[in-house]
Design a protein. Structure first.
Length: 93
C-alpha cells in the first residue's frame, strides 16, 4: 500500500532508463556534429589537400541536367589523389 502511494505520488518521470537505473534531473543530449566535421578534416589532411584561392564560383553539372551552383566556395584539391573538395552554400538551378 505504501509503495503504491509513493508510485502514485512520484510517478516514473525521473527515470530515463529502465528498472534499476538512477534518477536524473534531465536527459542529456549529446551533440556529435562537431565530431563528424573533425573526422572529415582529419581525412582531408591525410589525403594532402591544399586550398585553392581566388575561385569565385563553381558549377556542378549532374547527369539529369540540373546544375548545383556555388558562389564563393572554399575549394581544396589533391592532385595526387584526384580529389576535389567544394564546400559552401550550393543552390539548385
Amino acid at each position: 500500500a505504501a509503495r503504491a502511494k509513493l508510485a502514485a505520488r512520484f510517478g516514473d518521470g525521473g527515470r530515463t532508463g529502465g528498472k534499476g537505473t538512477i534518477r536524473r534531473k534531465r536527459k542529456t543530449v549529446h551533440k556529435n556534429v562537431t565530431t563528424d566535421d573533425k573526422r572529415l578534416q582529419s581525412t582531408l589532411k591525410r589525403l594532402g589537400v591544399n586550398n585553392i584561392p581566388a575561385i569565385e564560383e563553381v558549377n556542378l553539372f549532374k547527369a539529369d541536367g540540373t546544375v548545383i551552383h556555388f558562389t564563393n566556395p572554399k575549394v581544396q584539391a589533391s592532385i595526387a589523389a584526384n580529389t576535389y573538395v567544394v564546400s559552401g552554400n550550393g543552390e539548385q538551378k
